[in-house]
Design a protein around this ligand. Structure first.
Ligand SMILES: Cc1ncc(CO)c(N)n1
Length: 225
């Protein structure tokens, strides 16, 4: 072993965001291959399934807004304050507008308590991490969620659905302000100054959040009663 013990940063290759993904590579691939993502990408998703997804998604946007609010509260500096405020604003304007319009097209679907309960794991996980790990936990969850969408929507957007409510939603995740937001979050993750044991916790959080994403999307396939 040459030299003395290296600093935590130089001991690990690349950036924290890259390590979060590479150390959860299997879960990352599993999330990208989940049924909902496959079916939206090849435009075979059932209208009913998509409508139920929209309903859960509309509820999740409220969670994302609260999470962004917590990030504003905990923001380490003005750049972070601005970035999270922008994202909170986009959620309660552009995204709310999309949902109102899309749910008018699809109609509000019937969903059962089992599906609701399963979809809510994502909210529970996010708020729990925010309460226990603070800012590093918040940006890790947001980064897991948003980098997942940025990745699968970029692929799905190459062959858009004939159904506008599907195509528009996918497209929204391939352009600004969403893509700007993902880069901002990546920079926030990479700028975290944390102990190695915190990095270990965040790596587990990133994987758990991806697993909760899969549960959330699978909930749209559960029976309605
Ligand atoms: C469930 C879920 N995960 C991630 C995103 C991306 O923001 C989203 N809109 N919904």
């Amino acid at each position: 072993m040459p030299n003395s013990r290296p600093s935590p940063q130089s001991a690990r290759p690349g950036t924290l965001s890259a390590r979060l993904r590479s150390r959860n590579a299997q879960m990352w691939e599993q999330a990208l291959a989940m049924r909902f993502v496959r079916e939206v990408t090849d435009d075979t998703v059932d209208d009913d399934v998509f409508a139920r997804y929209l309903l859960f998604e509309r509820e999740f946007v409220d969670t994302a807004a609260r999470l962004a609010g917590a990030a504003v509260r905990e923001a380490p500096g003005p750049r972070a304050l601005r970035g999270h405020s922008d994202s909170l604003h986009a959620l309660v304007t552009d995204q709310y507008a999309y949902f109102t319009k899309a749910l008018e097209t699809t109609g509000v679907p019937e969903t059962g308590p089992r599906a609701h309960e399963q979809a809510s794991v994502l909210t529970e996980e996010a708020l729990d991490v925010a309460d226990t790990l603070g800012y590093p936990g918040i940006v890790t969850c947001m980064y897991a969620a948003e980098s997942l969408y940025a990745t699968w929507c970029a692929t799905a957007d190459r062959s858009p659905s004939a159904r506008p409510q599907v195509a528009d939603w996918v497209h929204l995740h391939t352009v600004a302000p969403f893509t700007t937001q993902v880069r901002f979050l990546e920079a926030e993750v990479d700028a975290l100054e944390i102990l190695p044991e915190t990095e270990t916790e965040l790596t587990a959080v990133f994987g758990r959040f991806l697993a909760a994403e899969v549960r959330f999307h699978d909930a749209a396939y559960l029976d309605r009663a």
